[in-house]
Design a protein around this ligand. Structure first.
Ligand SMILES: [Zn+2]
Length: 111
């Protein structure tokens, strides 16, 4: 499962930013084009977080929808029902302008 290394990274980043403070919550942004599964990240987090400042922190997931910019006519669109055709000119797919995100948006620490 590729969620393990990314979850380790999440804990590392959060711990680094928290300093010695206890982490209450971690807000994550995950694009729909990534294959990361919330439950799997939560699962690994529960394994990794104990004995770190992130122990007991709540994970919040914000999903970002996929967005394309058509290579043919530059229309920006969100695919509906996995139909990746441009609604304006019917060209397939295009440049991905959103949906590949994966990062820690913010953390909340105990003050
Ligand atoms: Zn188009």
């Amino acid at each position: 499962m590729h969620e393990l290394p990314v979850t380790e990274e999440i804990v590392r980043i959060a711990t680094e930013h928290a300093g010695a403070k206890r982490i209450i919550a971690i807000h994550l942004v995950i694009g729909e084009l990534t294959s990361f599964i919330d439950d799997a990240i939560q699962f690994y987090f529960d394994l990794i977080a104990p004995d770190t400042p992130a122990e007991g922190a709540t994970l919040h997931f914000r999903r970002v929808a996929v967005r394309f910019r058509c290579r043919n006519c530059a229309t920006e669109f969100e695919p509906v029902n996995h139909d990746w055709h441009c609604p304006a000119c019917e060209a397939l797919g295009g440049e991905v302008i959103a949906g590949k995100e994966f990062h820690v948006e913010s953390i909340e620490v105990d003050v």
